[in-house]
Design a protein around this ligand. Structure first.
Ligand code: ADP
Ligand code: MG
Length: 310
């Protein structure tokens, strides 16, 4: 009874997910806030999907901000406002949203639990969570993080690299939303069956006029070569520093990929090839962290409730 209002929040750079005990995931919205900046005073005009639609399309008086940068809260006021609005929705759906205890759980740990890893066993597992701002690589055993690395190379950097590549190759400037769309629809880390091409519109850099170009899967793969290899390199470095017993466990169970970036086609295959360890994408990779927080609250796997913070 005491814990019937448990809420798990995954405050990601790209997406915020909120789940309520026994009710599942109730909120799944981009971590974007649109703010009106007229007359020196800030006013939130939209959050989530509605605000994301506005990125790159706002008039001077409205800015679409992503208050969480590189996995860290860069703008507290706006983040609080975003959560306040989102919590209102949770509030309506749940009995009451007044959280009694606040416990923090490390993201890779939550991701591992959400992905179904038995984290408390004396057995090593490796999680690679590729989010929007950061990629977290962690080795877990006995309910603890044995080693971890975090790099600021993830989905946003992929989009950025696509923008740069299109600019250099086609002399056309595209927006970050278009880049993300290209990544999701035809992007990959390794060649795949059924590769395609899509037409996109950008601004010609020479005459400044709108221009249509055809972009192929291969273009996107080339654009992503550098950031993807940085992720691979970090996994390799982490493996190198992993004690042999744990490395042997990982060889058995494989590297588990979570986060939206894990949905990039072929990234599991590429990691397997480059590290010699089998890599698998978790089921519902974007939900693992918030699902993990929910599981922790329900079963109190890590004794989080013994350490309430005010
Ligand atoms: P965060 O936890 O930082 O909020 P997420 O785990 O929600 O991030 O992942 C967001 C990232 O995943 C974004 O960069 C988004 O473009 C990317 N992403 C989502 N779906 C796909 C897909 N199908 N292919 C490649 N990248 C994807
Ligand atoms: Mg995340």
């Amino acid at each position: 009874m005491l814990f019937s209002q448990d809420i798990g929040i995954d405050l990601g750079t790209s997406n915020t997910l909120i789940c309520v005990r026994n009710k599942g995931i109730l909120i799944r919205e981009p971590s974007v806030v649109a703010v009106a900046v007229g007359s020196g005073e800030k006013r939130v005009v939209a959050v989530g999907n509605e605000a994301k639609e506005m990125i790159g399309r706002t008039p001077g008086s409205i800015v679409a901000v992503r208050p969480i940068k590189d996995g860290v809260i860069a703008d507290f006021g706006t983040t609080a406002e975003m959560l306040r609005l989102e919590r209102k929705a949770v509030h309506d759906a749940a009995v009451s949203a007044g959280a009694r205890y606040v416990s923090l759980i490390e993201e890779p740990m939550a991701a591992a639990i959400g992905a179904g890893v038995s984290v408390t066993e004396p057995k090593g597992s490796m999680i690679v969570d590729i989010g929007g701002g950061t990629t977290e690589v962690a080795v877990i055993s006995l309910g603890d993080i044995v080693s971890s690395r975090s790099i600021r190379v993830a989905g946003d950097m992929f989009d950025d690299s696509i923008v740069q590549y299109i600019r250099k190759t086609y002399n056309v400037l595209i927006g970050e939303r278009t880049a993300e769309e290209l990544k999701i629809t035809i992007g990959s880390a390794a060649p795949y069956e059924g590769e395609g091409a899509i037409d996109v519109r950008g601004r010609g850099l020479i005459d400044g006029l709108p221009k249509n170009i055809e972009v192929t899967s291969e273009d996107i793969r080339l654009a992503l070569t550098d950031p993807v290899s940085q992720i691979v390199e970090n996994v390799r470095l982490t493996l190198e520093k992993t004690p042999p017993e744990l490395a042997a466990d990982i060889m058995d169970s494989g590297i588990l990929l979570t986060g939206g970036g894990a949905l990039l086609r072929g990234i599991d295959r590429l990691l397997t090839e480059k590290t010699g360890m089998p890599a698998h994408v978790a089921e519902e990779p974007t939900d693992c962290v918030v699902t993990g927080t929910a599981i922790c609250l329900n079963r109190d796997i890590l004794n989080l409730r013994r350490k309430p913070e005010k």
